[in-house]
Design a protein. Sequence first.
Lengths: 116, 116
Amino acid sequence: KQEVTQIPAALSVPEGENLVLNCSFTDSAIYNLQWFRQDPGKGLTSLLLIQSSQREQTSGRLNASLDKSSGRSTLYIAASQPGDSATYLCAVQGGHSGAGSYQLTFGKGTKLSVIP
Amino acid sequence: GAVVSQHPSRVICKSGTSVKIECRSLDFQATTMFWYRQFPKQSLMLMATSNEGSKATYEQGVEKDKFLINHASLTLSTLTVTSAHPEDSSFYICSAPHPLQTYGYTFGSGTRLTVV
């Protein structure tokens, strides 16, 4: 069974700092890994999707890396802003354990607070 | 584009009653809809997958007679929580494969269900 772990569970940083969120998964036979943002009581916004054959993806101040063999991904946020405050979720798609091609397995998320 | 509208956003119901949650794809046809549940400080857990015109597929441990899923059209999927109990209080969220992004998803805004 695929398991996704995110560390830390919560993080508080002053505005302007660069930060790294970590994600690990147990089954490396994934199709892709995705990072989402979830604002309180709201749905998810897709941030970055890394295919299993890729090493990283960038969008603006966000950079996500993937090391499939070691089962790890990081989300790097540069020059953090108060508007970045949210919960960041990591999810992997696929895996050996019978998951369908569309099934996402989520981590519990990292709650980020950027202090002005 | 590719918006999934989920209603209601919040609902409080009495124990023993039923609650229906709707997810509509506004500008695309969703042949598949995923239903997730998220307990506080836990990850999103897939409950079931609905496909238009056929029976939903439920994940292990999810009672299909309690969580009724209907996907009668290409733009509407519903989840009905029958005979709700306080332990069903949770955040329910739907998701459909994004019509334009390979392996991408679009999420509803979620429904906070409180059973009293």
